[in-house]
Write a protein that binds this ligand. Structure first.
Ligand SMILES: Nc1ncnc2c1ncn2[C@@H]1O[C@H](COP(=O)(O)OP(=O)(O)OP(=O)(O)O)[C@@H](O)[C@H]1O
Ligand SMILES: [Mg+2]
Length: 243
């Protein structure tokens, strides 16, 4: 579904260029969930944005659903760290932005998705009137509104309190199982990676290369978080990051 082959991404050209990603190859199957972890500044966002069609690699190829990635596409949704809400727009207007961008609004609207995420009562409020958890859910509603087949997430739950974070992780698990999109989650949170990634890819310091790939086939149920297998996976992941 997502095919990343020998991808290298630089910022700038010539002497002053910065290599952010070096020769990464990853295959993410249809409906598969992959978590990407690595040191701060190593190149995670760069790689994710390249899959989203926002950066062009200097070498290698990226394909989504057998077509080369040339720019942003409706079937590829991206959720950002701060949810990317516009403060002067209401919840409903913010949730409709992706549809608007892809010229599907007003024929389609995010109303139903907002309802599904428990935000129907808040749709006329502004972001400043929402809790942090609600803001993140508006970002999720926006991403879901175009019925994507690929969900890309860049630290979507950073700086949330633990309980809110775990509640939205549970929501991510449920949405992923229900919609069966292919998913790539960039996170600093080792537990989040172990809860949501069927496969966890550990990247090196910049330029990002693949350091380790950890299989996590037992994930997929809410109760996984309380198991010994989960704890072991978290320890294994921590060791891979620190080695
Ligand atoms: N526009 C740019 N011009 C030059 N260098 C850049 C640019 N954007 C990012 N970089 C550099 O590329 C490297 C990778 O950046 P990237 O944002 O992908 O890292 P990251 O792994 O997502 O970091 P974090 O965990 O802090 O979010 C960093 O060292 C950064 O300084
Ligand atoms: Mg980043």
């Amino acid at each position: 579904m997502i095919s990343i082959r020998n991808v290298t991404v630089d910022y700038g050209r010539g002497d002053k260029s910065v290599r952010a990603v070096e020769n990464i190859s990853l295959e993410i199957g249809k409906g598969e969930s992959l978590a990407l972890v690595g040191p701060s500044g190593c190149g995670k966002t760069t790689l994710l944005f390249s899959v989203a069609g926002l950066h062009r690699p200097v070498a290698g190829t990226i394909e989504v659903g057998d077509a080369p990635v040339l720019g942003p596409r409706k079937e590829v949704a991206l959720i950002l760290q701060n949810a990317g809400l516009l403060p002067w727009k209401t919840v409903l207007q913010n949730a409709n932005l992706s549809l608007l961008l892809h010229k599907e609004f007003p024929a389609n609207s995010a109303d139903a998705v907002l309802e599904d995420l428990g935000l129907a009562g808040a749709k006329n409020r502004f972001p400043s009137e929402l809790s942090e958890g609600m803001k993140r859910r508006v970002g999720i509603a926006r991403a879901l509104s175009t019925s994507p087949s690929v969900m890309l997430m860049d630290e979507p739950l950073a700086s949330l309190d633990t309980l809110t974070k775990e509640r939205i992780q549970d929501l991510f698990l449920e949405l992923w199982k229900r919609h069966q999109f292919s998913q790539v989650l960039v996170t600093h949170d080792i537990e989040e990676a172990a809860f949501l990634g069927q496969r966890i890819v550990v990247l090196t310091e910049r330029p990002a290369r693949v350091k380790a790939v950890i299989e996590n086939a037992d994930m997929g149920e809410l109760a996984y978080r309380g198991t010994e297998t989960f704890m072991k996976k978290v320890r294994q992941l921590r060791e891979a990051l620190e080695s």
